[in-house]
Ligand binder design. Structure first.
Ligand code: ADP
Ligand code: MG
Ligand code: MG
Length: 902
């Protein structure tokens, strides 16, 4: 704010002035307190200091002009309303000071209750409560404790020790056994602790207490844990937090008072009912802190039937108003119910689907809104196999669910041992303090990865997610001792070879083997469960929402599949064609020998013989795939990888030659291979002789593949089927490359197809930056483009995936250079820009040009939204991702007014 701004900036809002849509300005807590106030619900009066005030404070290092006066004015009107003055010695008004950002964030300052108490007003408070000294001194000691800890950074344990001390002296474990004198003594002890750590007395001036607490909330926005959390969750760093000042109500006034939390439905399963906890004679923070045992909320009915009934009424009202599951905090003060917080509650993936379905049934939301309320990440989570858990299995530790899935196996501590045991067919869990690039082979060999250090962006987490491998990171209860080949957790010692189970979704770690059960959502996609008849709320909800997504979406969804079996499964999962059929695998296994012959061919004849032998094998592969995809388009990519990938490694050949020579055997073939491998060696195979370049230098190679595709199509059609092949040329960077391949291909196709009615499209991948930038020219020779976003990302950034994911990505994520791996979610600014340019210029040159994407981005939720927005025709992804892509394509196509649910 400019110093001379004539219009004073409004920094403070009374609860009656706000509403739930002002989360940016008032934070989540403040906006919802305002909403409840305006609904006429019993909310203790108060006001909210805006995030703008916080931002101004954080940039300038002091409270903005006008803030103090506005707080004063709002405090005065609050005092008038309540008929009490803050900290008045005879009849004090007390308030809580509560942080509240737009998104709830661990690591932010918590709440200070009972602000306004001091050595004099504590007596006034006792009088207000009819001479209840115990209550007054209990409230005062809580203030010193919370204020000391959160505002002045006094170590919380010191207060806890002092409390334990008094309880021990009294011979009790229960706070409630402490009487007023005990608590008075505790206040003295707390004051000493406070003075010792801060070098000053506990502030007696109520307004100073309030101002210091407000400032501490502002400062907590930049607390280390909060900063880390924001970075991980990709919450912008400049939102700031609001501060709520709320009139105190007291749950600790006696057995007719208490405090509780509740959900309007089960946040675990979505089931309807009453879910909550209640604690009599306590202040709010006791429930969360688990100081005493809470009782199920239902028991409140016995304790206070009126408040219970009123609470249920309010919960129903909130659900109807927010049209969603809400969680709430409330307090009962001597039989009077007060609402202290509500928000749209967090829920599990399963509950998200179930609740969305229920709300549609109840007429609260429509199907568009239901679709908006779930997401592909949740669906993906529901598709992993899960542990079948019953009471026998108690987790021994809990870390961070870094990469989802369920895995059991023998514990190993080194990469080498992981590789060894895996080669023997064992499933292994690689356990490390943290992983580093040297562990890569072990991570590949392991079923799952468990580390005792590191968060969601640690090396282990990033690499595991990249590989789709189950990982729990940062399980810090584990003491990992690699040299001794063991870890300890609690009283348990786990040695190499012992079995553990890890859940990469929940982060839980179990000893022994926990049985795994298949996902019912996958069973449904496989067609094994009928959603019309089955009594399973989740499957029915998924079915309903998927059906709606399919109806809503504009993007088509294809799959990447190289075999008939993959194609068949993807089709069951809803794939509408194949967007990428790689032909590499058709050169592997017992066909390697033919490839060797092709490479070693010393003349035209030999080469033609080798190709002629490969032709029928490829044709058979294509026939199988065309049959499975009957009538749906199949994009076949001509061979892409460098041919030396099909030869044995250099070292192995060198040894073979040496051994054979020793024995005096004939080494002619081995030597020829060795020479070929040496000749074909490339420093940067990713940038070498591959893709279209192979087709241009090895005569007959692409021709053979084109012929196999066309012949397969004709064979299927002759059998009464339908085949829609699309031939895709990889790695094109210049239109001339494509024109050369195309001319030959068209000639062969015409010859093979004859009058069979088969139509074969010819198009190209756009995966080299130059292709994207010259797309207008390339489109002249292409009937379709498919964006190969893996290579486009590699070449756009100039790094190779295999080299970087293990080597330095974790560091880039830690530094925030990117928030998520660009191999996981498309980099919309850079690589995305290339896609936009190519799509626009390609379509300008050839209207109706078909545009798709293949590569794992096709199944990534955020990327799908981007591809929708750019106007592609389809995405193609691995079979398991097809449902995720369908769902997200549907979500991208609908527009709703719903708020974002982080
Ligand atoms: P958190 O975001 O950690 O839940 P809150 O600001 O909600 O922090 O407060 C912590 C606890 O204190 C909650 O149980 C809340 O209900 C309680 N509380 C907050 N303000 C008041 C108040 N004015 N009167 C009584 N209890 C309160
Ligand atoms: Mg709360
Ligand atoms: Mg590629």
């Amino acid at each position: 704010m400019a110093a001379h701004d004539p219009v004073e900036h409004k920094y403070v809002y009374d609860f009656a002035e706000g509403n739930k849509d002002l989360k940016d300005l008032l934070g989540g807590k403040g906006a919802n307190l305002a909403e409840m106030t305006n609904l006429g619900l019993p909310v203790p009066p108060g006001f909210t200091i805006t995030t703008e005030a916080c931002k101004a404070y954080l940039t300038t290092g002091r409270e903005p002009d006008g803030l103090a006066a506005q707080i004063e004015a709002h405090l005065e009107s609050l005092e008038r309303e309540m008929g009490r003055r803050l900290g008045d010695p005879d009849d004090p008004l007390l308030v809580s000071v509560r942080s509240g950002a737009k998104f709830s964030m661990p690591g932010m300052m918590e709440t200070v209750l009972n602000v306004g108490l001091n050595d004099r007003s504590v007596v006034g408070l006792s009088n207000q409560a009819g001479g209840n000294d115990r209550f007054a001194w209990d409230s005062y000691r809580r203030l010193i404790q919370m204020f000391g800890k959160t505002v002045c950074e006094v170590p919380g344990e010191e207060f806890e020790h002092a409390l334990d001390e008094i309880k021990r002296a009294k011979g009790t474990h229960n706070d409630l056994d402490l009487d007023a004198d005990d608590l008075r003594g505790l206040v003295d002890a707390y004051k000493q602790i406070f003075a010792k750590h801060t070098g000053r007395e506990f502030p007696q001036e109520p307004r100073e207490q309030l101002d210091l607490a407000i400032r501490a909330v502002f400062d907590s926005w930049n607390a280390e844990r909060a900063v880390l959390y924001r970075r991980q969750e990709r919450i912008p760093a400049d939102l700031g937090t609001a501060v709520n000042v709320v009139t105190m109500v007291f749950g600790n006034l006696g057995p007719d008072s208490g405090t509780g939390v509740a959900f309007t439905r089960d946040p675990g399963s979505g089931a309807q009912g009453i879910y909550g906890d209640y604690l009599a004679n306590a202040q709010g923070e006791d429930v969360v802190a688990g100081i005493r045992n809470t009782v199920p909320l239902q028991e409140l009915e016995q304790l206070d039937k009126t408040s219970y009934g009123q609470l249920l009424g309010i919960m129903a009202r909130l659900e109807e108003h927010y049209k969603d599951l809400c969680d709430i905090e409330f307090t009962i003060e001597r039989g009077k119910l007060w609402m202290l917080q509500t928000r749209v509650g967090k829920r599990t993936a399963a509950a998200a689907f179930v609740i969305a379905g229920q709300l549609v049934d109840e007429g609260l939301i429509d199907l568009d809104e239901a679709l908006h309320r779930v997401n592909g990440a949740q669906l993906a989570q529901l598709m992993f196999p899960r542990f079948q858990l019953d009471h026998e299995f108690e987790p021994v530790a809990k870390g961070i669910g870094a990469s989802p899935g369920a895995a059991s196996g023998k514990v190993v501590f080194t990469s080498a041992r992981a590789v060894e045991l895996a080669a023997e067919g064992e499933s292994v869990i690689l356990v490390r303090r943290e992983t580093n690039p040297d562990d890569l082979n072990g991570m590949i060999a392991a079923q799952g990865i468990l580390t005792s250090r590191g968060g969601k962006t640690s090396h282990a987490a990033v690499v595991a997610r990249g590989m789709g491998k189950t990982c729990v990171s940062g399980a810090d209860e584990l003491e990992v001792n690699v040299p001794a080949k063991k870890f300890t957790v609690g009283d348990h010692v786990v040695n190499e070879g012992d079995v553990v189970s890890i859940d990469g979704t929940t982060g839980k770690v179990y000893l022994g083997e926990v049985p795994v059960m298949p996902s019912e959502v996958v069973q449904y996609f496989e067609g094994e469960l009928d959603p019309e008849t089955i009594d399973d709320a989740l499957v029915r909800a998924v079915h309903r929402i998927m059906t709606h997504a399919d109806a809503a979406r504009r993007l088509r969804v294809r799959t990447n599949a190289d075999t008939g079996a993959d194609a068949a499964r993807a089709r069951r999962f809803g794939a509408e064609g194949i967007g990428l059929c790689r032909t590499e695998h058709m050169f592997l296994g017992d066909r390697r020998e033919l490839v060797e012959r092709l490479i070693l061919a010393s003349g035209e004849r030999e080469r033609e013989d080798a190709l002629a032998a490969l032709l029928p094998l490829q044709r058979a592969d294509f026939i199988e795939i065309f049959r499975e995809m009957d009538g749906l388009p199949v994009t076949v990519r001509l061979i892409d990888p460098p041919l030396h990938e099909f030869l044995p490694p250099l070292e192995q050949l060198a040894v073979n030659v040496a051994v054979a020579q020793e024995r005096g055997e004939d080494v002619a073939k081995e030597e020829a291979l060795l020479a070929a491998v040496r000749r074909m060696h490339e420093e940067n195979p990713m940038l070498g002789l591959r893709g279209v370049r192979l087709g241009l230098v090895i005569p007959g190679l692409f021709a053979m593949q084109v012929r196999a595709i066309a012949e397969a199509a004709v064979a299927v059609v002759r059998d009464g089927g339908t085949a829609c092949p699309e031939i895709m040329v990889p790695l094109v960077g210049a239109v001339q490359e494509l024109e050369t391949v195309r001319a030959e291909a068209e000639r062969i196709i015409a010859e093979v197809v004859g009058d069979s009615g088969v139509e074969v499209l010819i198009g190209t991948m756009i995966e080299v930056p130059r292709a994207a930038l010259t797309a207008g020219q390339i489109a002249e020779a292409a009937e379709f483009f498919s964006f190969g976003t893996n290579d486009l990302t590699q070449m756009g950034w100039g790094f190779s995936r295999d080299d970087v994911e293990g080597a330095f990505f974790w560091r880039y994520l830690e530094l925030g250079i990117f928030g998520i791996s660009p191999f996981e979610s498309i980099d919309t600014d850079g690589v995305g820009r290339l896609i936009r340019i190519a799509a626009e210029e390609g379509r300008a040159a050839r209207p109706g040009l078909k545009l798709g994407v293949c590569g794992e981005h096709g199944g990534d939720p955020d990327s799908v939204h981007f591809f929708h927005e750019v106007g592609l025709d389809y995405v193609s992804c691995s079979p398991f991702r097809v449902p995720v892509a369908r769902l997200e394509a549907g979500r991208a196509a609908i527009t709703t007014t719903g708020s974002d649910s982080r």
